[in-house]
Ligand binder design. Structure first.
Ligand SMILES: NS(=O)(=O)c1ccc(C(=O)O)c(S(=O)(=O)NCCc2ccccc2)c1
Ligand SMILES: [Zn+2]
Length: 275
């Protein structure tokens, strides 16, 4: 099919020209075939400790919207005034699972389709979900996110599938903020949100070595895709689809189909934390 134009740039089929990593050995997303995943009893349980006080804001970045968290020790970023700031005692962190060390939450965002038959990045037995949530963490053995993003063990992204069902009350606070960030570049305050509330009951997961799914497509991500989806209602999906890729004053283009399709596995192993 013709390469879909996505406002502010061309779609995934054109990325290889500027980002040769697009055809690299560990690209994401992938199609997950549960029967071909290897149960690994040595995989630990995921330990996710989010401190809601770390939420910073919510932003329409022109290809999705993201909720940002305070994730760096750089004091200049916390001293927004001469008034001394309480030192953040702890961050929102991910430990256990397939990773070693402590990874800090930077942001979470979603990918979704123009209709319910597509939208997720990972697929299950070739099936696309209407939406997929990504919680992006970076390895605190590196001094910053930017440094970590260049290392093979620098990032860990938790992926959660969303399936059409009953309205999900835990999405409501995010959805209510979308009216204030309709166009590219808009952001608004967003405080005390615990993203743990977005996770399903079971933390069973598949894991594999992959990459960012948007340019620069860096091959630095340990992917942790949860088996159990969470629900989203058609009305809530419509709210996501009311956002715009485009900025104020530009011809409006609805923010839909902001997902990269599955990439070749190239011999990689997908491990399961469950039987
Ligand atoms: N689908 S995904 O989890 O791979 C992903 C998608 C988008 C972004 C993003 O930057 O918006 C991100 S990000 O927040 O990790 N930023 C990646 C781009 C980047 C690399 C190095 C320094 C700054 C930004 C991740
Ligand atoms: Zn993503």
């Amino acid at each position: 099919r013709g390469e879909q134009r996505r406002a502010g740039g061309l779609g995934p089929d054109t990325w290889a020209a500027d980002f040769p990593l697009a055809n690299g050995p560990r690209q994401s997303p992938i199609n997950i075939i549960p029967k071909e995943a290897h149960y690994d009893p040595s995989l630990k349980a995921l330990k996710i400790r989010y401190d809601p006080s770390n939420t910073k804001g919510i932003l329409n970045n022109g290809h999705s919207f993201q909720v940002d968290f305070v994730d760096d020790t750089d004091s200049s970023s916390q001293q927004t005034s001469t008034v001394p700031h309480p030192v953040i005692l702890y961050y929102t962190t991910l430990t256990g699972g397939p990773i070693s060390g402590v990874y800090r939450l930077k942001q979470f965002h979603f990918h979704w389709g123009g209709s319910d038959n597509r939208g997720s990045e990972h697929t299950l037995n070739g099936i696309k979900f209407p939406c997929e949530l990504h919680l992006v963490h970076w390895n605190t053995k590196y001094p910053s996110f930017g440094e970590a993003a260049e290392k093979p063990d620098g990032l860990a992204v938790v992926g959660v599938f969303l399936k059409i069902g009953a309205a999900n009350p835990r999405l409501q606070k995010v959805l209510d903020a979308l009216d204030a960030i309709k166009t590219k570049g808009k952001q608004t305050t967003f405080a005390n949100f615990d993203p743990k509330t977005l996770l399903p009951g079971s933390l069973d997961y598949w894991t594999y070595e992959g990459s960012l799914t948007t340019p620069p497509l860096l091959e630095s991500v340990t992917w942790i895709v949860l088996k159990e989806p969470i629900s989203i209602s058609p009305a809530q999906m419509a709210k996501f689809r009311s956002l715009l890729f485009t900025g104020d004053g530009e011809a409006p283009c609805y923010m839909v189909d902001n997902y990269r399709p599955p990439q070749p596995l190239k011999g990689r192993l997908v491990r399961a934390s469950f039987k």
